[in-house]
Design a protein around this ligand. Structure first.
Ligand code: HEM
Length: 267
C-alpha cells in the first residue's frame, strides 16, 4: 500500500474517513497519570469540603453557617475536622513527593513540559480567536492545537504554580513553623492559591465533565485513549506528531505503514 503524506493542515473529511477514524483509538494518558489525576481530584474535593468549613471568622467566612454546622457535625468535633484536613493534605504531599521523585524524568522533564504545557504562537492565537468566537465577533477557525489546547495549558500552568504554594503554606500552618506573623501570611497565601485553583476548576470541571464536545477527553481520563477523529479535529498538531511517530516506528520495523493517512485522510 502506498504511504501518503501526513496532511499539514486539517482538511474536511469524508463521512467514510470520519467513521473509520472514529473507530481507531490513540493513546493519550499513561495509567500513572490517570490514577494521579483522580486521586488528586478526590483529595481536592475533601480538602475543599473541610477547608471551607474551617474558615469561621465572620470577617473571612465564605461558607454559610448551616454548611459549617453540617460538615463539623459530620466529623463530630472541629478538632477532628482539622485533623482530617491536615492528615489528608500531608498524604497528598507524600504522594506527590513519590511522583516527583520517581516520575521526574518521565512526566516532569523540560522536554515533556515544553511539549505539553508551554504555549506557542498557535496557542496565543487560539486564545484570541476562542475569545472572539465566544463573543460572536468572528467565525474564524481555531488554530491547530497540541496534546492540550491553550486553555488547558493555562489551567495546568496555574495549577503547577499554585500547588507548591498550597503545600508549603499548608505545612507552615499545620506545624506552626516560624513566628505568628509568617503563619498569618501563610494563611492568606494558602487561601489565595486555593481560590485561584478553584476559579480555574470551575471551567476545567465543566469542560471535562459536562461540555458535550469534550466527552472523548473525559473518557480519556478513564481509558487512557481518544478516538482519532477527536484528536484530528481538536488536537491536530498532536495527531500529526502521533502519525509521524507511528510512521517512523513502521519504517524502523521495515513494514509498509498502514495508518489512517493511508486509509484515505487527504493530504
Ligand atoms: C471532578 C473533577 C475533575 C474532572 C471531571 C476533571 C477532568 C479532567 C479531564 C477530562 C482531563 C483530561 C483533558 C484532556 O485529556 O484533554 C483532565 C486533565 C487535567 N486535570 Fe482534571 N478534572 C477534575 C479535577 C481536577 C483537579 C482537582 C485538578 C487540579 C487541581 C485537575 C487538574 C488537571 C490537569 C492539570 C490536567 C491536565 C491538563 C489540562 O487538561 O488542563 N483536575 N481533567
Amino acid at each position: 500500500m502506498k504511504t501518503e503524506a501526513i496532511p499539514v493542515h486539517s482538511l474536511p473529511l469524508t463521512a467514510d474517513q470520519a467513521e473509520s477514524m472514529l473507530q481507531r483509538q490513540i493513546k493519550k494518558h499513561h495509567i500513572a497519570i490517570i490514577l494521579l489525576h483522580w486521586f488528586n481530584a478526590i483529595v481536592w474535593f475533601f480538602e475543599l469540603l473541610t477547608g471551607l468549613a474551617l474558615i469561621v471568622s465572620p470577617l473571612f467566612r465564605v461558607a454559610p453557617q448551616w454548611y459549617i454546622a453540617i460538615v463539623e457535625g459530620g466529623f463530630g468535633t472541629r478538632a477532628n475536622m482539622l485533623q482530617f484536613h491536615v492528615a489528608l493534605g500531608l498524604a497528598w504531599i507524600g504522594v506527590y513527593l513519590v511522583y516527583g521523585t520517581f516520575g521526574f524524568r518521565t512526566y516532569l522533564s523540560m522536554e515533556v513540559l515544553e511539549k505539553e504545557i508551554a504555549l506557542d504562537q498557535d496557542d496565543w492565537r487560539w486564545l484570541v480567536v476562542r475569545t472572539q468566537r465566544i463573543l460572536g465577533l468572528t467565525k474564524e477557525a481555531l488554530p491547530p492545537q497540541g496534546i492540550y489546547n491553550a486553555g488547558q495549558k493555562l489551567f495546568a500552568l496555574m495549577v503547577y504554580a499554585m500547588v507548591p504554594l498550597v503545600m508549603v503554606t499548608g505545612i507552615v500552618m499545620a506545624f506552626r513553623l516560624f513566628d505568628p506573623q509568617v503563619v498569618g501570611w501563610a494563611v492568606v497565601l494558602h487561601f489565595c492559591a486555593v481560590s485561584a485553583v478553584v476559579c480555574g476548576l470551575m471551567v476545567h470541571v465543566y469542560m471535562g465533565a459536562v461540555f458535550p464536545e469534550e466527552k472523548p477527553a473525559f473518557f480519556s481520563m478513564i481509558t487512557g485513549t481518544v478516538n482519532e477523529l477527536y484528536a484530528y479535529s481538536h488536537h491536530f498538531k498532536w495527531w500529526t506528531a502521533v502519525k509521524a511517530e507511528q510512521r517512523e516506528w513502521d519504517r524502523r520495523h521495515d513494514k509498509e505503514a498502514v495508518t489512517p493517512v493511508d486509509a484515505g485522510v487527504p493530504d
